[in-house]
Design a protein around this ligand. Structure first.
Ligand SMILES: Cc1cc2nc3c(=O)[nH]c(=O)nc-3n(C[C@H](O)[C@H](O)[C@H](O)COP(=O)(O)OP(=O)(O)OC[C@H]3O[C@@H](n4cnc5c(N)ncnc54)[C@H](O)[C@@H]3O)c2cc1C
Length: 412
């Protein structure tokens, strides 16, 4: 195909990250011609050093992975989370000030979540995409511009090609150049915190326990991975984080040990350290003519409860459902009537979630005595009232609210 060809399709997705490609699979499985364009070369996502983060997939997201046909490939690398312990302060000398304990048996036998390495997820999505004919994956290439007309929208790629479709979805990440180009404003702020991420090997097994420790400079999460490994997401003040990141390995491990404690024996670093600035942002609108935002392009939340990707997957599931329903009714899938259903479904839910994560981070990232007292009192109430605790567990599992079909494990 020459670079001057115009490719015709139904849906164009700019950004083949975890959200964009999931949406592409959902649409292609329902027989909708879709083109996904991503800026990264396929060899990069196949590199073992690609994206050191691990994501927690809520029960509803795991159902979606099954419906998308990627779960079988991911299962051997997915670590079930059986218990979540929330603590106030670090786990020094094995004695955590445990405040809340969520046990998966309280809401049935399903694990509370699964931890999956981002690189494994990207790879499984990529493999599935290449085996699904209604989906065309173009990478590496960037979408430079989208021009909406009355009946179609045209995307111009960095390699000179153009793609014409009925709708363009921007799933191009938190800095979303296409959101900017569409003139959609965002609201948000920096937490002045940096997320330090690393994989830690420990002597003894973690038994599927995830821990969220609230320290004055920010939350410190210990997330179980397969084997005797855990991923840490250490939210640290941004003025202090660079010094921690530069420390020699033994001193860095000593700092991790101060927070992690000796609960699982000797610690070792199993891979590089990564860092991410922590910010919150919400797009003021999710729509422009024949154009919609999904995933981090639409919202970014503090990783305190590991829900950013889960929200993005929910966007993808809802948008796919809206598009497939519209197509069955013979409607124009890029029309404002159709897209407004998606925005109405997801925008409020995402804003509410971002606000809750923001409040949690503010409540816990300090050592002021009256606030410490208030949060302990609040947590004691949650821990003592079983139905309230179950409510929070179901919320975290993504099984409350307007759950899209794919997240209920139903086909579109
Ligand atoms: C420290 C940390 C820990 C986290 N932990 C969790 C967790 O445990 N659970 C969870 O649910 N979430 C977690 N998150 C959030 C989660 O990582 C993000 O919400 C998720 O990666 C968003 O996916 P996305 O596909 O929307 O965007 P991205 O992953 O940013 O993907 C965007 C894609 O678009 C491509 N792109 C950009 N511009 C263009 C263009 N012009 N043309 C074509 N392609 C383009 C890029 O190459 C990229 O592949 C965490 C975040 C951080 C910072």
């Amino acid at each position: 195909m020459s670079t001057t060809d115009t490719i015709r399709t139904e849906v164009i997705i700019a950004g083949g990250g975890m959200v964009g490609l999931s949406l592409g699979l959902a649409l292609a499985q329902a027989g909708i011609a879709t083109v996904v364009i991503d800026g990264l070369p396929p060899s990069t996502i196949r590199d073992a050093a690609f994206d050191g983060r691990v994501s927690s997939f809520a029960a509803a997201s795991c159902r979606m992975l099954e419906a998308l046909g990627v779960w079988e490939q991911l299962k051997p690398d997915a670590q079930p989370v059986l218990d979540i312990v929330v603590g106030d302060g670090s786990v020094r000398d094995g004695a955590s000030a445990a405040l809340l304990h969520f046990d998966h048996r309280e809401i049935g036998n399903e694990p509370l979540a699964h931890m999956i390495e981002n690189r494994h997820f990207r790879l499984a999505l990529d493999d599935r995409a290449r085996a699904l004919p209604p989906l065309t994956l173009i990478a590496p290439a960037r979408v430079l511009a989208c021009t909406a007309g009355t009946n179609s929208i045209c995307a111009t790629l960095s390699d000179g090609r153009t793609i014409e479709g009925q709708l363009c979805v921007a799933a191009d990440g938190r800095d979303s150049p296409l959101r900017e180009a569409a003139g959609i404003k965002t609201q948000g702020w920096s937490y002045h915190q940096t997320g330090i991420v690393a994989t830690i090997e420990h002597e003894r097994p973690h038994q599927g326990v995830a821990q969220e420790l609230f320290l004055p400079s920010g939350p410190f999460a210990i997330l179980p991975m397969t084997g005797n490994r855990s991923s840490i997401v250490w939210s640290e003040r941004s003025d202090l984080a660079p010094a921690f990141l530069r420390l020699p390995e033994d001193q860095f491990l000593a700092e991790v040990g101060q927070r992690f404690g000796d609960q699982w024996g000797k610690l070792a670093l199993a891979g590089p350290r990564w860092s991410y600035p922590l910010t919150m942002h919400l797009a003021m609108s999710y729509l422009a003519p024949r154009f919609a935002l999904a995933g981090d392009a639409a919202h970014g939340v503090h990783p305190i409860a590991g829900q950013g990707l889960n929200l993005g997957l929910r966007d993808a599931a809802a948008l796919a459902e809206v598009i497939v329903d519209a197509r069955r009714l013979g409607l124009d899938v890029g029309s404002s009537v159709v897209l407004s259903r998606y925005e109405g479904w997801r925008k409020f839910d995402n804003a509410l979630f971002a606000a809750s994560m923001d409040a949690l981070n503010r409540l816990f990232s300090n050592d002021i005595a009256p606030i410490k007292f208030a949060r302990r009192a609040g947590i004691d109430v949650v821990d003592a009232i079983a139905p309230l605790k179950r409510f929070f567990m179901r919320q975290a599992g993504g099984v409350t609210g307007g759950v899209p079909k794919l997240m209920r494990g139903e086909p579109l």
